[in-house]
Design a protein around this ligand. Structure first.
Ligand code: ADP
Ligand code: MG
Length: 386
């Protein structure tokens, strides 16, 4: 996290006034890929990289937002808020303001300074971090407090409706609700959740493959269509199945012949992944790290072979991790076709693991991977309000 005093000093320089400070973390998903839109389970944890937002009121109706990541400022009129984003970074904080306005709040003028050490656009959810940090800052300024699940929903809507990005609820939910030292098992159907403690001697190592294959968008749409095809076939026989969350592997086996071969494979991944995700939370809580590691390995295999959502670089990053001392479990995390792998690693070996993984990946691909080591971090909150 960027030191709060640094952000306060930046803000004071611009606004010539003191400020309140809030922070919201990025996240990594330990297991549960492509289960969210099947109304299933995910198991993310917050990371020790966060966005800090400093806010102070203004006497006029101007909104001035500065991002130290871009070293740029944006200006808006609080009496004439835009209804939609314009493809700019300012859309993320302004989307939150617009959603609050849509709920009947009058948005006053304010000065906001944001600074983040979550890598932008790397799949660690800098977008949710800036949204949640902004939402906390705005509700403090305006004198109300939403329950955290509602705050997460508001931020998701800002990203869906204002920014125009089709994300699920996971990122905002974990940023707003995480507990240090824990992963969070989230039921994407009703937003009920429980914490799963991550033993003290375990670190999370996130390895960025540094590739994102351009097929991702198109492939994502085909995968979703295939998942829906499988669900529709099962639903014909069992009308109570509206999402794959409600289907079993037995259902799939019974009616596989009525589906395309790809639909069967994608559905096998999603149905199995839901089971694995709940089992991983149980195993974490029971301190059974061997089981957690097995489940992560099965999840990667399924993501790669059944869902066909991996790529050569991500498969290699997982394969290399599997050969290193200290590894508990490794898999590709996120939407697929590149991005980051998540590794659970014994704390005492984590430094050595990170170095060796980076060196081996560079030797095989020529690519220098960004590797981040972290414990599961606390969720969003106030840093200073006086
Ligand atoms: P991810 O959430 O994985 O980092 P996204 O594409 O969803 O990737 O979101 C990244 C975008 O969010 C950035 O390109 C930028 O527009 C916006 N953003 C995130 N953090 C900041 C920040 N600190 N300052 C300004 N914009 C930010
Ligand atoms: Mg994002």
């Amino acid at each position: 996290m960027i030191a709060a005093e640094k952000v306060r000093a930046m803000h004071r320089e611009r606004a010539k006034s003191d400020c309140a400070l809030f922070q919201a973390p990025g996240r990594v998903n330990l297991i549960g890929e492509h289960t969210d839109y099947a109304e299933g389970f995910v198991l993310p944890a917050a990371i020790e990289f966060a966005t800090t937002a400093a806010i102070s009121p203004r006497a006029d109706n101007l909104i001035r937002i500065y991002s130290s990541n871009f070293n740029e400022e944006r200006g808006y009129d609080s009496l004439a808020l835009p209804a939609k984003g314009s493809g700019d970074w300012g859309d993320y904080p302004m989307g939150v303001a617009a959603m609050l306005a849509g709920q009947g709040h009058r948005i006053p003028g304010f000065t906001l300074t944001v600074a983040s050490d979550v890598p932008l656009g790397s799949g660690l959810s800098s977008s949710a971090a800036i949204e949640v940090a902004t939402a906390l800052a705005l509700q403090w300024l305006m004198g109300f407090e939403l329950p955290r699940p509602k705050l997460a929903r508001l931020c998701q809507r800002a990203e869906n409706e204002f920014v125009g990005a089709n994300c699920g609820i996971m990122d905002q939910f974990i940023s707003a609700n995480a507990q240090a030292g824990h992963a969070l098992l989230l039921d994407c159907r009703d937003l009920s959740f429980r914490m799963a403690h991550i033993p003290e001697n375990v670190e999370l190592v996130i390895a960025n493959t540094m590739v994102r294959h351009s097929v991702a968008g198109g492939e994502y749409r085909t995968r979703r269509a295939e998942v829906e095809e499988a669900c529709a076939v099962i639903g014909k026989h069992r009308p109570e199945v509206k999402f794959l969350r409600d289907a079993t592997l037995e259902d799939l086996a019974q009616w596989a012949e009525e589906m395309s071969a790809n639909a069967v494979k994608r559905a096998r991944h999603v149905i199995g992944e839901n089971l694995r995700t709940v089992a991983a939370a149980d195993a974490l809580e029971a301190g059974d790290l061997k089981r957690v590691g097995q489940l992560m390995a099965e999840a990667h295999e399924s993501y790669s072979r059944e869902f066909e959502g991996s790529c050569a670089e991500a498969d290699l990053m997982v394969e290399l991790a599997n050969g290193l001392p200290g590894l508990i479990g490794a898999r590709l995390t996120g939407g697929g076709f590149g991005g980051c792998t998540v590794n659970l690693v014994e704390k005492s070996r984590a430094e050595e693991f990170s170095e060796r993984l980076g060196a081996a990946y560079k030797e095989r691909t020529g690519i220098v991977a960004e590797i981040h080591k972290t414990r599961a971090a606390e969720g969003a909150g106030a840093v200073a309000t006086s």
